[in-house]
Each structure stands twice: as structure tokens, then as C-alpha cells.
Design a protein around this ligand. Structure first.
Ligand code: GLP
Length: 247
């Protein structure tokens, strides 16, 4: 695991995009694992701007998203499919048939999970982008999730519902369940880039990098991945910078 200290959120996004850009120029049909949340938004803007300037094409890439809420009606503005279309896919030349987001409205959710994991094993992510939850979750793999998990349905923790309530009119509207790539699906990626910005991530970043590798902090599993880069801005890297355990 490599940790890179970035100045601020813009620098985190730019550094992440530098990796992605270089890889796409080398392999225009690569598979990119994508994340939602507020953290990668600036990265997606950089991708859009670079495309609009005619510097890059995403025509032949394939994308696989980490997760989706269960039970939001199709087209709901807080669904992760909508988020990806609105914040990235609608603005670049990607073929939407090559963009995959779990279907949280599938009638048979267990089958959706099995199919999703099997799809990932056949389309391994060349680069997987990750954010991190304030409790150390990656995708929607909450503390306690088995490192051996494939795509599955989760009950969201109270802290995650609270964190994500800011995107909904009120907390009661946040779905209680989600479908998420499992930790094994994520760890299969050839390269992982985790982005962290803001002080609310500082404790999770410390535990992910310096803490024990434990299912209590799902992101700590990344210490055992052969090619992971963690990009943290100044505030998210606070405990790493002062080099002591969070109070
Ligand atoms: C959600 C997503 C995660 C994301 C996390 C952090 O829980 N499932 O993939 O990493 O939020 O989001 P944010 O970047 O908004 O802090």
C-alpha cells in the first residue's frame, strides 16, 4: 500500500486522474471500477473536462460500479445509477451498455448478486476507485463484513445512514439496505486508488493504513493488496501526519 499526501481535494482528484489517464492511454479498453459519494465528484469533472477538450476518449472503456441502494425506484435522483449518469456518463463518449451498476430493484436480488460477482470475475477491474466511510467502510461493506465476501445485500449501519442523509430530504428517506460489491470482488482489482478528503475521514484513514488488518475496519484489508494507492488531502491525513493514534 502506498500513501500519497495531497494538498487538498483538487490535488487528490488530479493525482487520481493522472493514474487513470495514463492507464487509459496505454489501454483504451480498460475496465474501471467506479465509486459514488461526494469524494470522486471532482475526479469525474476532470474526466469530463479532459474529454471535452478532445484530449481523451472513453469510448472503449468498461465501468463497474461498487454499489447501489436497494428499493429506490428507477430514475430516483439518489440512486447510484442516476448519480453516475448525471455526474459522468452523460457527459463523455462512453457506451452506456458498457457501464454496470448493480440493480437494486432486481426482483431476485440474490441472483443479481451472483451475476454481478461472476461478471466482475470475468471483467477484472484494471483500476478500482474507492472512497471511504467515516467508519472505515468501503463500497457498502460495513465493519464486520467478511474479507471473503462477494457481491451481497447489506443492512446499512446507522452511522452510514446518517452520513448519507445529507443527500436526501430527511434521514427516514435513506434506504436501509444496499447491494454492494464484496471485499473479495474489490481486492481482485489490479490496482486500487482510494480517495479521502476532509477531517471526517481522518480516523478511518489512520486505521486503514496503520491499524491492524481487521474486519472491524474494512479498508484495512487494502494493506494486503499488492497495488493500492491511498490519496489523502491534508485534513483526511491528519492522524497519519502527526503519526499517532486518533484520540
Ligand atoms: C457511501 C458509498 C461509498 C463511499 C462513501 C463515502 O457509503 N457507498 O462507496 O465511499 O459513501 O462517501 P463520501 O465520498 O460522500 O464521503
Amino acid at each position: 500500500m502506498r500513501f500519497i499526501l495531497a494538498k487538498d481535494a483538487t490535488d487528490v482528484s488530479q493525482k487520481a486522474y493522472d493514474f487513470i489517464r495514463k492507464s487509459i492511454l496505454q489501454n483504451p479498453s480498460l475496465t474501471l471500477g467506479l465509486a459514488t459519494g461526494s469524494t470522486p465528484l471532482e475526479l469525474y469533472k476532470l474526466m469530463i473536462n479532459d474529454y471535452k477538450r478532445g484530449n481523451i476518449s472513453f469510448k472503449n472503456i468498461r465501468t463497474i460500479n461498487l454499489d447501489e441502494y436497494v428499493g429506490l425506484p428507477e430514475g430516483h435522483p439518489q440512486s447510484y445509477r442516476y448519480f453516475m449518469d448525471y455526474n459522468l456518463f452523460n457527459h463523455i463518449d462512453i457506451d452506456k451498455n458498457n457501464t454496470k451498476v448493480p440493480n437494486g430493484s432486481a426482483i431476485d436480488l440474490n441472483k443479481e448478486c451472483e451475476d454481478y460477482s461472476s461478471f466482475i470475475s470475468k471483467n477484472v477491474q484494471d483500476i478500482q476507485i474507492l472512497g471511504i466511510g467515516s467508519n472505515g467502510h468501503i463500497a457498502f461493506n460495513e465493519p464486520g463484513t467478511s474479507f471473503n465476501s462477494s457481491t451481497h445485500i447489506v443492512d446499512l449501519k446507522e452511522s452510514t445512514i446518517k452520513d448519507n442523509a445529507r443527500f436526501f430530504d430527511n434521514e427516514t428517506e435513506v434506504p436501509k439496505k444496499a447491494i454492494t460489491m464484496g471485499i473479495k470482488d474489490i481486492m481482485g482489482a489490479k490496482m486500487i486508488i482510494l480517495l479521502a478528503t476532509g477531517s471526517s475521514k481522518a480516523e478511518a484513514i489512520y486505521r486503514a493504513i496503520k491499524g491492524p488488518i481487521t474486519e472491524d475496519c474494512p479498508a484495512s484489508v487494502l494493506q494486503s493488496h499488492p497495488n493500492t494507492v491511498i490519496l489523502g488531502d491534508h485534513t483526511a491525513s491528519f492522524w497519519i501526519r502527526v503519526n499517532r493514534e486518533p484520540d
